[in-house]
Design a binder for this molecule. Structure first.
Ligand SMILES: Cc1cc2nc3c(=O)[nH]c(=O)nc-3n(C[C@H](O)[C@H](O)[C@H](O)COP(=O)(O)OP(=O)(O)OC[C@H]3O[C@@H](n4cnc5c(N)ncnc54)[C@H](O)[C@@H]3O)c2cc1C
Length: 333
């Protein structure tokens, strides 16, 4: 992997975000001889790096591959560590130009050029690919006490919760994985679930496990329930039978994440008006309503963050690189 200084260069494309899909875009741009650079605000694949340490993907490894570069795993479904290893090797072996620990702050379009400012550099580019994902902004509970230090919106590992009373909010893969892991390491776990059952997208091999732990009472669960308020020693849960007050040490709210809509708005990207905030783009090119700005990866799903994942969005890279390549060739001929 190499870094690239901006100097006076005009890039064909600047890619914002070095998640799996930003890396896929870089590979496709490189293949077509486009002048590109990726700018990433954290480490390489920053979202994956921040996933729970013992997380297992729901996809098999070949579905997470980029550009048919083999992803070999010894497990039926790869782990976070294996994925980090894979994407790291793809980026370094292909000597992709990626500038890490650099945040894109603003973009200004003047005629056909974009002037892009980061916290370290300025760039000029004819096109931009936004592949910034959704993992940086949690969907908040918006209840009193949510800013207490005992409340968290990310889960890393079980050890800090040993012998503690932990409320986990949500019934998705992340919530279920955290509940099972913490309970198995000796935490006292209560789940607070808005719906009437465990989410139907929970990994098929994990779902019976959590359902059986709830049935036998090892993990407590309040269905059709929501957090009302959090205080230092307690948590208040609104249940169909009235408010329950539980003694509590930690609340882990794994209620999902959302893309940075303000950043997209600042670029001039428009959204659907149906409450889902689907960004507007042409699915045949992935170009947004702002000519020269493309979207790639899970950011395309707006608030419906389960719509796109690596498996089905890695194709965006090819579509976009082909489109930009055509534009560049037309200009040169
Ligand atoms: C717990 C979990 C498990 C998942 N399991 C699977 C699975 O099994 N299979 C599957 O296909 N998908 C899975 N997904 C979905 C998908 O893998 C991830 O969301 C994936 O990370 C999406 O890739 P991406 O490149 O679109 O976005 P991300 O990986 O989120 O990458 C976006 C990058 O942009 C950077 N960035 C953001 N803003 C800026 C800025 N202003 N300037 C510079 N950089 C910026 C971020 O730091 C980040 O590195 C899972 C998601 C989660 C949360």
């Amino acid at each position: 992997m190499s870094t690239l200084s901006s100097s006076e260069k005009i890039f064909d494309v600047l890619i914002i975000g070095a998640g799996p899909i930003g890396i896929a875009c870089a590979l496709e741009c490189k293949k077509r001889g486009l002048e590109y650079v990726v700018v990433e605000k954290g480490t390489l694949t920053n979202s994956l790096y921040n996933y729970p340490l013992n997380m297992t993907f729901f996809s098999t490894s070949e579905k997470l591959e980029l550009d048919d570069i083999p992803f070999i795993s010894i497990n039926p479904k790869p782990t976070r560590n294996e994925a980090l290893e894979y994407y790291r090797r793809v980026a370094t072996s292909n000597k992709l130009y990626i500038n890490l620990y650099e945040s894109i702050l603003s973009v200004k379009k003047v005629e056909n050029h974009f002037y892009i400012t980061s916290n370290k550099n300025t760039y000029t580019s004819n096109n931009i690919i936004v592949s910034t994902g959704f993992y940086d902004i949690p969907k908040m509970l918006n209840v009193p006490g949510e800013s207490l230090p005992k409340v968290m919106h990310y889960y890393k590992e079980a050890h800090p919760f040993v012998m503690q009373k932990v409320v986990i909010v949500g019934a998705s893969n992340s919530s279920v994985d955290a509940a099972l892991e913490i309970w198995r390491k000796g935490g006292d776990v209560t789940m607070v679930i808005r719906g009437s059952e465990i989410g139907d997208r929970v990994k098929y091999w994990v779902k019976p496990d959590i359902e059986n732990r709830i049935k036998e009472g090892s993990i407590k669960a309040y269905f059709n329930s929501e957090i009302e308020k959090i205080t230092e020693p307690e948590v208040f849960i609104k249940t169909p039978k009235g408010t329950e007050v539980l003694e509590n040490n930690f609340v882990i709210a794994l209620t999902g994440y959302k893309p940075d809509f303000n950043f997209l708005k600042s670029l001039g990207v428009k959204f659907s008006q149906d409450g889902n905030y689907f960004p507007i783009y042409n699915p045949e090119t992935m170009e947004t309503n702002v000519g020269g700005i493309y979207l790639a990866g899970v950011i395309c799903g707006g608030l419906e963050t389960h719509k796109w994942f690596i498996e089905n969005s890695r194709i965006h890279s090819k579509i976009i690189a082909e489109n930009i390549s055509k534009k560049v060739n037309t200009l040169q001929n």
